[in-house]
Unconditional design. Structure first.
Ligand code: PGA
Length: 251
C-alpha cells in the first residue's frame, strides 16, 4: 500500500492532471496498490475522474469528524465519506494532533466512526525529536496506541511517522525503522484486541531515492508519502520502483 497524502495542497485542475498522469504511467495493478488522499473539498472531483478514467486507485480521506448528537458546523462524517466513494481515512496524523489538538479521546471517537462505516483506517503514530532524544520513543508510541484500546477495528493499518522526519528530509536509519515497526507489531499483538499481525506503514520524507530501501525492510508493509506525492511523475516513479524491487509482504 502506498498512500499519497496531499495535505493542504493542490486545486481542481491539479487533481485531474495528477490522476490523468497516473492513469498514463501506472498499470491497473500498480494503481490498485495506491490510495489517493486529496484535500476533502476535492474528493468529489477526484472520484469523478477516477470513474471517468476507469482507474483502480482507491480514494482516501485525510480526516473525518466523529459522530455526535450536537450539530457541528463544517463537520464531515464517515457516512458522507462513504457517499463520496471514499474507502480509507487517515486518523491521528501528527499535524492534526498538533494544530487541531486531537488527543486520544477525540481520536478514539474518530476511529469508532470510521470503523462503524466500514472505512479502512490508517492510524498514524510517531515521536518528536525531543522525545526520541530523551529515549521516550516506546513510551510515546505505547501511549498513542492506547486510543485503540477497547476497539475492535477490522481494517486497521498503522503508519509509523516520526514527527522529526515529516517534511524535513531526515530519515531514520533502517535499523531504527525496523526496530520500531517490530515494537509496534508486538504491542498490538499483546493488546488483546489485535492478536494477529497488523500491517505497519512508514511515513516521513519518503522519496524516490529512499523508497525502495525502506519498503524492502521486512517489517514495512507500505509507505505514506507526503511532499513527494504531489508531482504525479515522482509519485508514479516511486510506485514503479517499489514494484520492481519488492513483492509486498502478505499481511
Ligand atoms: P512527507 O509527509 O512525506 O512530506 O514527509 C509525510 C506525511 O506527513 O504523511
Amino acid at each position: 500500500m502506498i498512500i499519497a497524502n496531499w495535505k493542504m495542497n493542490g486545486n481542481r485542475a491539479q487533481v485531474i492532471e495528477w490522476l490523468d498522469c497516473l492513469q498514463k504511467y501506472l498499470t491497473l495493478s500498480e494503481q490498485s496498490e495506491c490510495i489517493f488522499c486529496p484535500p476533502l473539498i476535492y474528493m468529489d472531483i477526484a472520484q469523478e475522474q477516477i470513474s471517468l478514467n476507469k482507474m483502480k486507485i482507491t480514494l482516501g480521506s485525510q480526516n473525518l469528524d466523529y459522530d455526535s448528537k450536537h450539530p457541528k458546523t463544517g463537520g464531515i462524517d464517515a457516512s458522507m465519506l462513504n457517499d463520496l466513494g471514499c474507502k480509507s481515512v487517515i486518523i491521528g496524523h501528527s499535524e492534526r494532533r498538533l494544530y487541531f489538538s486531537e488527543n486520544n479521546s477525540i481520536l478514539s471517537k474518530k476511529l469508532v466512526s470510521a470503523s462503524k462505516n466500514n472505512i479502512d483506517i490508517v492510524f498514524c503514530i510517531g515521536e518528536t525529536e525531543a522525545e526520541k532524544d530523551k529515549g521516550l520513543c516506546h513510551e510515546v508510541l505505547r501511549e498513542q496506541l492506547k486510543a485503540l484500546s477497547g476497539l475492535q477495528i477490522k481494517k486497521l493499518f498503522i503508519a509509523y511517522e516520526p514527527v522529526w522526519a515529516i517534511g524535513t528530509g531526515k530519515i531514520p536509519s533502517m535499523k531504527y525503522i525496523e526496530e520500531i515497526h517490530h515494537f509496534i507489531k508486538d504491542e498490538l499483538k499483546c493488546s488483546h484486541y489485535y492478536n494477529s499481525d497488523r500491517p505497519v506503514l512508514y511515513g516521513g520524507s519518503v522519496n524516490f531515492d529512499n523508497a525502495s530501501e525502506i519498503s524492502n525492510l521486512d517489517s514495512v508493509n507500505g509507505l505514506l508519502v507526503g511532499g513527494a506525492s504531489l508531482n504525479p511523475r515522482n509519485f508514479s516513479d516511486i510506485v514503479k520502483k517499489i514494484g520492481q524491487n519488492n513483492i509486498w509482504k502478505i499481511y
